[in-house]
Design a protein. Structure first.
Lengths: 308, 308
């Protein structure tokens, strides 16, 4: 039951020798999702051992080159490797014409479908509903239409407290009923309460992605209490005005979002190339929110299972 | 008077962890040219210390993704860095609609012109005429319209043999005449022959690029006697049939081209991802043509000046 985030690229618009443009892997329950797909994404996936085969869904925050220029090479490579399975790309409406132009020029031999799921900017939306988790999109506040993504595990099926099965001589029907959260009323009028006989095997985990964006209270509502937050931190305090005018965040502002949203851990990323040493960003974030970390390419942040 | 070639990417269509798609730098007399521009080219340029500012001309062999997907990020980065100077892109006619679609989606803030010079597939053509060298395109033989490139230094201006100036009391006018290759006839009817009084300061150097292509006698004609040849060597002997059917070359075939064209040195590149150890390609090439080398990303092959 993996639930983890790995950055493949922590640069902002200008990549550096060591920092690639935005691309990130979210691994959830054996599936592999890509969030943004900057140039070099396919090489970074190979470098860090992520399988193209397992990838079924790509989430694109917005149509800026540093978040999508890796898509063309990645899709072409999938085709060369013989891919037949559909791929879903969740992206703003403007992505359609880019995709069509790409397929027009380079898609002749593609044997798989690319489904563009158009994101809706009006509010938070459920965009992927799996058996054990859901993924939502929600609006961010950038120079162009831009989305954050939230992945939340569903409440797990309740487990029965095994030592009570014999003690109460529970039938299979009664067990199923209790696990559904329903109380059992026996002929003897004895009531067996589901909450007494069951427990949650684990507390649902959650992850949110916010890049690129100005800080916003509306974002705080959307990501309340997540275990792991990736938030852009393009600038340090010295560039606050630049952050405002370009609709980006400083590391301190990202940390304030984390604090107000009561998240458990924040990962900072999307660093401006002007910061050779990123410790200034980390320090300014930690002044506000202690559990701050820098995205480091190839490093995986896992959210551990916590039992109730 | 630099004259050198550096591969930034020696992979074929499928990049590997260590091999990027085709992109190469040709440095000639202080100018920097790019030949092909596969994904990750801008990161590789940074890694190996090549300036975006010095880059004025890009040569695209053909419209396959592994030779052009790095163009979008590179041009965007140039714009972000404030570029104002024109950039010339020599590419097949089909590049036009790709460029227009790119500019339509991502070019709003570009403050420099991108001039697309359409390559002509009919024969060898002069496409860039600088003071001291020329660049030609010539047809290759691939699945799609494809070009090789040839860079040749012009014959240098003749130098006067300094010890003869005093000996013959040469006037400035006479020196200029002799340096132009003209004989001087003095009033005394004495004839000063240019060939006796001058020498070539260096033998013109040349480089040719052939990727992607089947081997061909027509290519041999176009690249005759070059000092340095980059030739694709996608496959080893074991994949000869595959090389034929996909219009690629084996390392041995590339070496045969080098031998027949009487070049001085061949650099093999565009390696299939199936070859983890490239020594098989190098060995098969050297069986035919001893002066064979593997393109190694970041390694610069210089052509030294040879005096006459």
């Amino acid at each position: 039951m993996d639930f983890s985030f790995t950055s493949l690229g922590c640069a902002s618009a200008l990549p550096t020798v060591n920092r690639y443009p935005s691309a990130h892997v979210l691994q959830v329950h054996g599936r592999l999702f890509l969030i943004d797909c900057g140039e070099g994404c396919q090489m970074q996936m190979r470098k860090y051992g992520f399988s193209f085969l397992k990838l079924s869904d790509i989430f694109i925050s917005h149509i800026h080159g540093d978040h999508i220029f890796g898509m063309f090479g990645l899709l072409s490579t999938m085709s060369l490797l013989g891919r037949l399975a559909d791929i879903n790309i969740y992206a703003p409406a403007g992505f359609k014409s880019i995709l069509l132009s790409f397929l027009d020029h380079f898609g002749d031999s593609f044997k798989f479908n690319i489904n563009h799921i158009v994101l809706d900017n009006s509010s938070k939306h459920l965009i992927l509903d799996a058996k054990k988790y859901q993924i939502f999109s929600f609006p961010l506040y950038h120079r162009v239409e831009c989305y954050g993504f939230l992945c939340k595990e569903k409440d797990p099926i309740l487990n029965i407290k095994k030592y009570l099965i014999d003690q109460y001589n529970l039938s299979l029907k009664e067990i199923a009923q209790l696990k559904r959260g329903e109380n059992v009323v026996r002929e003897s009028e004895e009531i067996l309460e589901s909450s007494e006989f069951t427990y949650k095997p684990y507390i649902p985990r959650s992850f949110a992605y916010c890049s690129d964006t100005s800080p916003s209270d509306k974002i705080i509502d959307a990501i309340k209490g997540v275990d792991l937050l990736y938030h852009e931190a393009t600038f340090a305090d010295d560039m606050l005005e630049m952050a405002k005018s370009t609709f980006h965040s400083t590391a301190r502002q990202a940390a304030e979002v984390a604090l107000k949203a009561n998240v458990k851990k924040i990962i900072l990323g999307h660093f401006s190339s002007r910061y050779k040493d990123l410790s200034i960003l980390l320090n300014q974030s930690r002044e506000v929110f202690k559990n701050s970390f820098l995205a480091e390419q190839g490093h995986t942040f896992s959210v551990d299972i916590v039992k109730e």
